[in-house]
Design a protein around this ligand. Structure first.
Ligand code: ADP
Length: 177
């Protein structure tokens, strides 16, 4: 059955820096210094002003997020979200959900219309991908049920496996495209 939130959810496979969204989220580290993975791609695409703007707001503990302009990106904002380094499922699940919530809350404060998330913490931070997918989707849906902004949330998967995983979960919830 179709889910009423379906018009507000999208799924994308590819590089988040190519998305034409009002805000893109990067999986940052606490020092907000730029790094590898998605953060490296975002910093390369946004140009050197991004690291100056993000480091000025460091440190950013796990579970929190900071916002900067998008500089050379087409996105108006970059939201620097710091996920947990995976160690303990019970604790880290909560922190990962908080990371998504903090990002959505910042986006809403800035009246963001569309936002794209990478699969936070599932790269070098080692969070198991199935659990991370479930937390990402559940947290975003909870947010959208009680908030008007952002209008649209895109889950940006960089691997075919993640894309398949998200598609399956969204399909079970009546949110497949
Ligand atoms: P973390 O340190 O939070 O684990 P990573 O950047 O190592 O962050 O990985 C987070 C996710 O981002 C992984 O699923 C990885 O495949 C994905 N990723 C890497 N590069 C990009 C990109 N250019 N666009 C979107 N997602 C990306």
């Amino acid at each position: 059955m179709a889910n009423p939130l379906a018009p507000r959810i999208r799924l994308f496979l590819g590089d988040i820096t190519t998305l034409d969204c009002d805000a893109i989220v990067t999986a940052a580290n606490a020092a907000l210094r730029g790094g590898g993975g998605v953060d490296g791609a975002v910093h390369r695409a946004a140009g050197p002003d991004l690291v100056r703007a993000s480091m000025a707001q460091a440190p950013c503990p796990a579970g929190e997020a900071r916002v900067t302009p998008g500089f050379r990106l087409s996105a108006r904002f970059v939201i620097h979200a710091v996920g947990p380094i995976f160690r303990d499922m019970t604790e880290d699940k909560k922190t990962l959900a908080q990371t998504y919530e903090s990002s959505l809350s910042l986006a809403a404060q800035h009246n963001v219309t569309s936002i794209a998330f990478p699969c936070i913490s599932t790269g070098v931070y080692g969070f198991p991908a199935d659990a991370a997918c479930e937390i990402a989707i559940d947290t975003v849906l909870d947010w959208l049920r009680s908030n008007d902004k952002p209008d649209v949330v895109t889950f940006c998967c960089f691997s075919q496996q993640d894309h398949t995983r998200y598609k399956k979960r969204l399909g079970e919830l009546g949110l497949a495209e």
